[in-house]
Design a binder for this molecule. Structure first.
Ligand SMILES: Cc1cc2nc3c(=O)[nH]c(=O)nc-3n(C[C@H](O)[C@H](O)[C@H](O)COP(=O)(O)OP(=O)(O)OC[C@H]3O[C@@H](n4cnc5c(N)ncnc54)[C@H](O)[C@@H]3O)c2cc1C
Length: 305
């Protein structure tokens, strides 16, 4: 969730000159490299293979969101299909994470729904699943509607939910009966008070309560997507009572030592691995979560001059 400083970072990174400095300079690209596996599918697959070698599963995210043209949405679907083909050919324990605005939601919801269905079918053919990322709150309802239809029809999907949203508890009443995997995260966007809890304490308390609910729901696979020690400690307390599958999920490039600790302790762990050229919005959210990441970049830029 973006706190006050995080909101300032998100606003700052929207300025065109800042965007250019990030995307066109070496220090900018260096910060991106920490969080993004590369710009091509080949690079992403190499990172995925190394993560699998270290004991993790992965979720590949072909970066992109809010496409402006139907043709871009169709290209994104095709790029994801290519990614699924590679997952199938490689035999790696990997799935894909998709943003529905990248598949055209908001522009042509029917196209997005159809593309999600096609990806679910291809994923089933190669023996894997599709996770639907959760985006800004303006899109929550349409994301859930499209997900519900796809999950009822194909059954091999999952969805992310955000503990900062006031509506999420009620959304779980709709989502849990559909089975699949449910990724619980705090939420990465700047949201107004009308829809989202604003303080870290409230977001954490809601995370804990939603996590407890999910860990007691046998029909879904909870994916515990946080790097927060307090939330992880609660998860570890709840795990011994759980008889059904669950997993931890972390972002590529964040808390690598924690990644190793979880694997060494025998917990199932999936790493979210983003790749592609459209990495800037993703990077701004990673900086908003930890403004020190932005300072690191600014120091590198100033140091170059
Ligand atoms: C696998 C996965 C999938 C996600 N999918 C979505 C999604 O679909 N929709 C959505 O809105 N959000 C998504 N998120 C992002 C999430 O909502 C949070 O914004 C993000 O995980 C930071 O929150 P946190 O729970 O790690 O806790 P925080 O309290 O933010 O962080 C805890 C600690 O983790 C470390 N940390 C956290 N973030 C960073 C960072 N960027 N750089 C360096 N260190 C960091 C710091 O040490 C920090 O003190 C996802 C997160 C994960 C792990």
């Amino acid at each position: 969730m973006a706190g006050l400083l995080g909101r300032a970072v998100l606003a700052f990174t929207e300025f065109a000159p800042i965007r250019t400095t990030f995307t066109k300079t070496r220090p900018g690209r260096a910060v991106a490299q920490r969080f993004v596996a590369g710009e091509t599918l080949d690079e992403a697959m190499a990172v995925a293979a190394a993560l699998v070698e270290s004991g993790c599963e992965v979720s590949l995210d072909y970066l992109g969101e809010h496409v402006a043209e139907r043709s871009e949405a169709i290209r994104a679907r095709d790029d994801y299909t290519a990614c699924l083909d590679r997952i199938g050919a490689s035999g790696l324990p990997a799935n894909i994470s998709v943003k529905l605005t990248q598949l055209g939601m908001g522009l042509d919801d029917e196209l997005a729904a159809q593309s999600l269905g096609e990806l679910a079918v291809r994923a089933a053919e190669v023996g894997t699943t599709v996770t639907v990322d959760m985006e800004e709150s303006d899109h929550t309802e349409s994301t859930i509607l499209i997900y519900e239809e796809a999950q009822r029809r194909y059954g091999n999907l999952g969805i992310a939910v955000q503990s900062y949203l006031r509506r999420t508890r009620a959304d779980l009443d709709r989502l849990i009966p559909l089975g699949g995997h449910i990724r619980l995260c705090k939420g990465a966007y700047a949201e107004p008070e009308t829809v989202a809890l604003q303080s870290g304490e409230e977001v954490n308390a809601n995370f804990d309560s939603l996590l407890t609910l999910l860990m007691q729901a046998p029909g879904v696979k909870p994916a515990i997507a946080t790097h927060d020690d307090g939330r992880l400690a609660l998860a570890k307390e709840l795990i011994p009572q759980r008889r059904a599958p669950y997993e931890f999920q972390l972002l590529y490039g964040v808390r690598a030592a924690l990644q190793r600790e979880l694997v060494a302790a025998g917990y199932p762990l999936r790493i979210y691995v983003p790749y592609g050229v459209a990495w800037y919005p993703y990077l701004t959210r990673r900086m908003a979560e930890r403004p020190a990441n932005l300072l690191f970049f600014l120091r590198a830029v100033v140091g170059r001059r």
